[in-house]
Every structure is written in structure tokens, then in C-alpha cells.
Design a protein around this ligand. Structure first.
Ligand code: IMP
Length: 195
């Protein structure tokens, strides 16, 4: 069983303060403090969210000289054959939520899911990945002002017909892909890296 020479802290490499706040709340439930490290890590393009997260984590751990986590997510829309998937970041920057709603104007199949991968890496160990999935639907219009990215158009299953953007961070964390992946990570991290 490993100890935490740096204290019970997870070093989260991200520039996204919304992601950081969501992670901080989840990890606090496991008595793990979260530190935000703004390090420019490599971000490759690949069909697999896991591969993107892994490569970033290895690069970030090398650059920081610390055990770190990174998190990558993608939105997979069934009616668009899984688009934008691991290319969500590019699609968000280019056509955004409005572009997705336009693409889906005549699409009845609105099921979609977010897939999150939390990748842990340290300078002397291979990376390890933890997954989370949030199933839901793409709404017909944007709703809500909280959160980020595709939150205004994603309604999680059993979320009382609200989009993520209509929920507080605590509310979103009850359903979110990221909260699930971080929970898996936290179980492992606080068990002294067992299993
Ligand atoms: P990233 O590469 O993990 O930052 O995520 C790729 C893109 O997916 C981002 O640009 C966001 O637009 C979107 N995204 C990731 N996670 C979420 C989320 O929890 N809610 C809404 N959009 C998200």
C-alpha cells in the first residue's frame, strides 16, 4: 500500500475552471484535496478518448515531475453516428452548440452520452485510466446558464428534463460522466493504489 508523500492531494492538470470545480467537489467527498496545475500538455487527435487522455497524462507528468491526473471527455450523439465523439473540443470551437442543434434539426433519435476518462500518470509509472459515462438526450433548444461546453443542450437520463446547464455543480455531479470517472479514480487513489 502506497502512502502520499505529498499529502492527500490530487494534482489536476487542466485550464478549465469549471472542470476543476466539479472535480474538487467530487474528490472532497473522498477527503482528497485538489490542486489545479495549468500546464500545457500535448493533446493528440484520436478516435479514442482514452488514448487522448493517456498521451496527455504521460506528457503532463513528465513536465510537472509529479503524479497528476488529466481528464478528457467527448459527446457521442447516436443520431449522428457518434459524432462529435473524441473531436468534441474542435467541434465545440467551430460550430458550437448552435451548430449541433442545426445538424439535428430533422433528427428524431436524440439519445447521446458523454464519456469521460480520468488518466492518472506519475513520472515513474505507466498511466492508469478510469471511465465514466452519462447517458441522456440532446434537447431541441439551449437551456440554462451554468456549466460549460455542451451543457445547455444535454439532458441527462432521470435528470427531471433539465439540461446540465440548468443544474448547479452539485446537481450536475449527481449525473455526470466526470463525477463517475473521478469517483472510480478516488476509490483507487484512496485505497493506496490497490487493485
Ligand atoms: P475536453 O477535451 O475534455 O475538454 O472536452 C472536449 C469538449 O467536450 C469540450 O470542448 C466541451 O465543449 C465538451 N465537454 C466536455 N465535458 C463536458 C461537460 O461536462 N459538459 C459539456 N460539455 C463538455
Amino acid at each position: 500500500m502506497k502512502s502520499f508523500p505529498w499529502g492527500r492531494v490530487a494534482f489536476f492538470v487542466t485550464g478549465n475552471t469549471c472542470k476543476f470545480d466539479e472535480a474538487r467537489m467530487v474528490l472532497a467527498e473522498y477527503n482528497v484535496a485538489t490542486a489545479m496545475l495549468r500546464v500545457k500538455a500535448v493533446e493528440i487527435q484520436d478516435d479514442s478518448v482514452e488514448e487522448v487522455a493517456k498521451v496527455s497524462a504521460i506528457d503532463a507528468a513528465k513536465k510537472c515531475g509529479l503524479p497528476i491526473i488529466v481528464e478528457d471527455a467527448g459527446l457521442f450523439i447516436e443520431g449522428l453516428k457518434g459524432f462529435p465523439g473524441s473531436y468534441s473540443s474542435y467541434v465545440y470551437r467551430t460550430i458550437g452548440t448552435k451548430g449541433i442543434l442545426e445538424l439535428m434539426e430533422n433528427v428524431e433519435e436524440r439519445e447521446a452520452y458523454f464519456h469521460s476518462v480520468v488518466a492518472f500518470s506519475s513520472p515513474d509509472e505507466p498511466p492508469r485510466c478510469f471511465h465514466g459515462k452519462a447517458e441522456g438526450k440532446i434537447s431541441r433548444e439551449e437551456k440554462g446558464s451554468h456549466g460549460f461546453g455542451f451543457d445547455p443542450i444535454f439532458k441527462p437520463l432521470n435528470g427531471h428534463d433539465k439540461t446540465f446547464a440548468e443544474m448547479t455543480k452539485e446537481g450536475k455531479n449527481k449525473y455526470s460522466h466526470r463525477a463517475l470517472a473521478l469517483g472510480e479514480f478516488a476509490e483507487w487513489y484512496t485505497s493506496g493504489f490497490q487493485k
